[in-house]
Design a protein around this ligand. Structure first.
Ligand code: PMP
Length: 440
């Protein structure tokens, strides 16, 4: 009997014993093509020698030096790398251990910034329905899935939620994408006005929605309008790129494609590429200066922040991405994967949408391709496809059957950036096998 507490208490999981490039291998020798990089984590695949060596070397030099006493070379170099490429006025990097912690830190930093500026009444956070920002108390409160929040509501801080920008589904007949983008952004302004602008601290959103909607990009102009609205009312813009950042969409930062710069940016998953748990929060010079010139102390810190081995992994990851020109490869392979998905499933009666950017692609599974009528959530079709794909030796990431009262089944694909074209073919073939088994 296993004494490990699994998330799904009754699941019987195979034991992962090896990893080679785009494949994971279990103790029975079965190979799984990692079509989702776990959950958009393993951007360099498994067994990358450069990252492994960098981690081992750092571990031997110094594995841990508490950030209350020391900084470290990899932390300094990784921060320099990120800031040199970060959009807008992002100027400082606060390293944490993962995505939830990056979001948690961002919310706390926003609040502290408002306090240091003498605006204590700014306490409201606006997020979007059908969003996921993590599983700690603050990040969970920001998330827009009612079913995730509900059991914990009595102990969650209250946050406010508006509709996401989900173009194809809510687009009115005859409305252009731009007009829809403006209308979706308008919901933010209305919510700010409803709450009272002087009470609003921050708006948080994912540039490309991953974990709840399966790679939904915003309508053209949406984020530009959001940025303008935030500026108009002195509201901080926090972009959560925990899943979509670090090259996954074919841009180092996903918001680069939208031409907007946030005040605070959260990254994680692809930063450590699975080799170490690491996340980061980047903030603007204005925010850092307000804290530095004010109390001089950011009231957030965990024992493992800025860990030398974790930042060594992150540094080796970005060096790999750069030296192998992997972001260009993401664009090219993303195009190949998308075309192959369109060829295989473009006319499938149960595929309502194939979407995304770079190697961050989603399939929406529906009851009717034309009307986009969702499938019965009780059927848990996405979970069934995941199981059938796993059986066939493919890892893909399902999104739950019901999202905040609106129904939807999605499959997220986010393979390693190093995926070969032949492996793209294998991925689509195996997904097709799984789809035929579940939706014949
Ligand atoms: N934000 C987003 C957009 C995510 O996708 C996730 C993880 N799926 C998180 C935050 C939380 O990250 P972590 O699981 O590393 O805590």
């Amino acid at each position: 009997m296993s004494h490990v507490f699994p998330r799904h208490c009754h699941s019987k999981l195979p034991t992962a014993v090896g990893g080679e490039g785009c494949y994971l291998i279990d103790s029975n020798g079965k190979r799984y093509l990692d079509g989702s990089g776990g959950a958009a984590v393993s951007c360099l695949g498994h067994g990358n020698p450069a990252v492994t060596a960098a981690v081992a070397e750092q571990m031997q030099a110094v594995a841990f030096a508490h950030t209350g006493f020391f900084t470290s070379e990899p932390a300094e170099m990784l921060a320099d790398y990120l800031i040199a490429r970060a959009p807008g006025t992002l100027d400082r990097v606060y390293f944490v251990s993962g995505g939830s912690e990056a979001v948690e830190a961002a919310i706390k930093l926003a609040r502290q910034y408002c306090l240091e500026r003498g605006e204590p009444e700014r306490r409201n956070v606006i997020a979007r329905r059908q969003s996921y920002h993590g599983n700690t108390i603050g990040a969970l409160a920001a998330g827009g899935n009612a079913w995730r929040r509900e059991p914990f509501l009595p102990i969650l801080p209250e946050m406010n939620h508006i509709d996401p920008c989900y173009a194809y589904r809510y687009q009115r007949d005859g409305e252009t994408e731009e007009a829809y983008g403006q209308r979706a952004a308008q919901a933010l302004e209305e919510e700010i006005l409803r709450l009272g602008p002087e009470s609003v601290m921050a708006f948080i959103a994912e540039p490309v929605v991953g974990a709840t909607l399966g790679a939904v990009t915003a309508a053209a102009g949406y984020f530009t309008a959001v940025r303008e609205i935030c500026d108009r009312y002195g509201v901080l813009l926090i972009l959560d790129e925990v899943m979509c950042g670090m090259g996954r969409t074919g841009h180092l930062f996903a918001c680069d494609a939208d031409g907007v710069a946030p005040d605070i940016l959260c990254i994680a998953k692809g930063l450590g590429a699975g080799y170490q748990p690491i996340g980061a929060m980047l903030c603007s010079k204005q925010i850092f200066d307000a804290i530095a010139d004010g109390s001089g102390f950011f009231q957030h810190g965990h024992t493992y922040v800025g860990h030398p081995t974790a930042t060594a992994a992150g540094l080796a990851v970005v060096q790999e991405i750069e030296s192998r020109d992997l972001i260009a490869q993401v664009r090219q392979r993303g195009h190949v994967l998308r075309s192959a998905l369109e060829e295989a499933f473009g006319q499938h009666p149960n595929v309502g949408d194939i979407r995304g950017r770079g190697l961050f692609l989603g399939l929406e599974l529906v009851a009717d391709r034309q009307s986009k009528e969702p499938l019965d959530p009780a059927m848990k079709v996405a979970a069934q496809v995941k199981a059938a794909a796993f059986e066939a030796g493919l890892i893909c990431y399902p999104m739950p059957g019901t999202v905040d009262g609106r129904k939807g089944d999605h499959i997220l694909l986010a393979p390693p950036f190093i995926i070969e074209e032949a492996q793209v073919g294998e991925l689509v073939e195996k997904l097709d096998t799984a789809m035929r088994a579940v939706l014949p």
